[in-house]
Design a protein around this ligand. Structure first.
Ligand SMILES: OCN(O)CCCc1ccccc1
Ligand code: NI
Length: 183
C-alpha cells in the first residue's frame, strides 16, 4: 500500500520533469499504480487509517509525486453537495478553459512540499478535461470550483510545474482580475 514515505519532495528532479504519455491500453502495472494512488487518497481521508499509517491527507496525487514520470493522476474529493467523486485518469488534458480565473482563498499546499508557501494561486475558474479512465473509457469532464483547481494542480505536476510557480512574486496575495474566490 502507498504511504506518505513514497511521496518524493521538492528538490527531487522527477518533480520538474515533463511526464510521459501512457501508451493505451495501460499495462497491468500502470493500472495497479494508478489504483494505488487513488487508494492512498481514500485512506488519507479516513481518520482511522490516516492515523494508523501516518498518512498526510490529500485530495489529489500525480504519478511524478511517487517518482513515476507518467501522465497519470488520481483525485478523490467531495463536491459542494458533499457527494464524493473519485477519478483515476490516464493522459489528462485541458482542452479548453474559461478566461475567468479563480483561486483558493486558503492558498494551496502540496504533498511534495513540506512547508507553507503563502499566496494566492491563480487558476482557470472552469476547465474541460479529456482523459482515459483506468477502466479504459474516454471521458470529457467539465469542471469548476475546487475540483477544477485540484485538476489544474495535478496536471501541473505532469508538466513539472509546482503550485508556487504561479504565485505573484511582487504581491503573493494579489487577486487576479475579477477572479472567483473558492473557499
Ligand atoms: O499534487 C497533489 N498534492 O500535492 C496534494 C494537494 C492537492 C491540492 C491542494 C490544494 C489545492 C489543489 C490541490
Ligand atoms: Ni501537489
Amino acid at each position: 500500500m502507498l504511504t506518505t514515505n513514497e511521496i518524493i519532495r521538492e528538490g527531487h528532479p522527477t518533480l520538474r520533469m515533463a511526464a510521459k504519455e501512457v501508451d493505451l491500453p495501460p499495462t497491468q502495472e500502470e493500472k495497479d499504480t494508478l489504483n494505488e494512488m487513488l487508494q492512498y487518497l481514500i485512506n488519507s481521508q479516513d481518520p482511522e487509517t490516516a492515523m494508523k499509517y501516518n498518512l498526510r491527507p490529500g485530495v489529489g496525487l500525480a504519478a511524478p509525486q511517487i517518482n513515476v514520470p507518467k501522465r497519470m493522476i488520481a483525485v478523490h474529493i467531495a463536491d459542494e453537495t458533499g457527494k464524493q467523486h473519485s477519478y483515476a485518469l490516464l493522459n489528462p488534458k485541458i482542452v479548453s478553459h474559461s478566461v475567468e480565473k479563480s483561486y483558493l482563498t486558503t492558498g494551496e499546499g502540496c504533498l511534495s512540499v513540506d512547508r507553507e508557501v503563502a499566496g494566492f494561486v491563480p487558476r482557470y475558474a472552469r476547465v474541460t478535461v479529456k482523459a482515459t479512465t483506468v477502466q479504459g473509457e474516454q471521458v470529457k469532464l467539465r469542471l469548476k470550483g475546487l475540483v477544477a483547481i485540484v485538476f489544474q494542480h495535478e496536471i501541473d505536476h505532469l508538466n513539472g510545474v509546482m503550485f508556487y510557480d504561479h504565485i505573484n512574486k511582487q504581491d503573493p496575495f494579489h487577486i487576479p482580475e475579477n477572479a472567483v474566490a473558492i473557499e
